[in-house]
Design a protein around this ligand. Structure first.
Ligand code: PMP
Length: 396
């Protein structure tokens, strides 16, 4: 029956993990995975999450199905976290989702079915690898806009704005709300203002992907600047939220998808169609992780504790950026490594090419993606010097 099914290519990131596992070097380093590690290189469960989880268990809740749109207290708290006071929440149609990926997929499916404009979504070049797959599998056309400038290892701001202005009127523009993956390069607030103007000028539809709220700067409000600014400017965007990174709830698959509408009446119609879309996809979402997130967001004390823990994670990453740069300079590297500390979020785009990345793996047992992206979360005070030596050896 399946004689005609061709062998598909392996997932690029999972392939790295496999190569890493096979390597017997005692000081091998894996900078491929996009998950936070503590300074001992170990996965980290936030203490606020442990406490919230215990509260959920102690409440001895039943395991009945949630509604199609999930755990209501979670959804309303997630919306508040993202939008704060930038709008009246009755204008927002929102649903719990299978983390950020599921939110993007609901958005893709909804736009494919109902968006009245051009059903092409423009994503930054480069973008999170799964964006193309999620949106094209949703039946949307996927194109790219300029984002990263190889020469400056920074934002190609002029190129980005020019491309947004040149898109067919009424296109869909996907924007990383903060901590752009894979480059770690974010627009400044000033640049966001100009991007908002360009999106408005083109009559385009902004789709925000916010997978790292709080994880970039350590401040959930600051990281939501772009989203809230767009709303202030009169845009009615949609939003994919993930709690994988900022709560470390990766495998619990906690997220939300929301659409800002013109009125509560419009929100109700949109919500009815989102339900019709979700029902045959997965019927309703899992409840445990959403209950945990809700317990944190809904309790002032736990919420404050969580915010401090998010900030500690963000700060550790910022410290590792500084330490990597410092070590490279100490080794006498004549390259300019300032982008390592100016970039933000979980990843650093080193500017290393595929051959150098291959040398890093083969000769130094340092594993990361071929595009030169390293997960700064995988750097520790214990491995940073060896990492700098390896990078210096392949770039010196
Ligand atoms: N968007 C971006 C930009 C991401 O980096 C990620 C996580 N790697 C996601 C969405 C979604 O992740 P998840 O489905 O685990 O929430």
């Amino acid at each position: 029956t399946w004689a005609n099914v061709p062998q598909g290519p392996p997932d690029a990131i999972l392939g790295i993990t496999e190569a890493f596992k096979k390597d017997s070097h005692p000081k091998k380093i894996n900078l491929g995975v996009g998950a936070y590690r503590d300074d001992a290189g170990k996965p980290y469960v936030l203490p606020s999450v442990r406490t919230a989880e215990q509260k959920v268990v102690d409440a001895r809740l039943d395991k009945e199905y949630a509604g199609i749109t999930g755990v209501p207290s979670f959804v309303s708290s997630a919306i508040k976290l993202a939008y704060a006071d930038s709008l009246d929440p009755s204008r927002v149609s929102a649903t719990q989702s299978i983390s950020g990926t599921g939110a993007l997929r609901i958005g893709g499916a909804f736009l494919q079915r109902f968006y009245p404009g051009v059903k092409t979504v423009y994503i930054p070049n480069p973008s999170w690898a799964n964006h193309t797959a999620v949106f094209s599998d949703s039946g949307l056309k996927v194109e790219k806009y300029r984002y990263y400038n190889k020469e400056t290892i920074g934002l190609d701001f002029e190129g980005m704005v020019e491309d947004i202005k040149n898109m067919p009127k009424g296109s869909i523009v996907l924007l990383h709300a903060c901590a752009h993956n894979p480059t770690g390069v974010d627009p400044t607030q000033e640049q966001w203002r100009a991007i908002s103007d360009a999106v408005k000028e083109g009559g385009h539809f902004p789709f925000f992907d916010m997978a790292y709220q709080g994880f970039a700067s350590g401040d959930t409000d600051r990281d939501a600047f772009a989203l809230r600014h767009f709303i202030k400017e009169g845009h009615n965007p949609c939003l994919a939220q993930s709690f994988a990174k900022n709560m470390g709830l990766y495998g619990e698959r906690v997220g939300a998808f929301s659409i800002v509408t013109a009125s509560p009446e419009e929100a109700a119609r949109v919500a009815s169609q989102v339900k019709i879309l979700v029902r045959p996809l997965y019927s309703n979402p899992p409840v445990h992780g959403a209950r945990v997130a809700s317990a944190i967001l809904g309790d002032a004390q736990l919420n404050a504790q969580w915010l401090a823990e998010v900030k500690a994670m963000a700060d550790r990453i910022i410290d590792m950026r500084k330490l990597l740069k410092l070590n490279l300079e100490r080794l006498g590297s004549r390259r300019d490594w300032s982008h390592i500390t100016s970039q933000i979020g979980m990843f650093a785009y080193t500017g290393l090419g595929p051959e150098q990345m291959e040398l890093l793996a083969k000769e130094h047992s340092v594993y990361a993606t071929k595009d030169g992206r390293i997960s700064v979360a995988g750097i520790t005070t214990g491995n940073v010097q060896r990492l700098a030596e390896a990078i210096h050896a392949v770039t010196g």
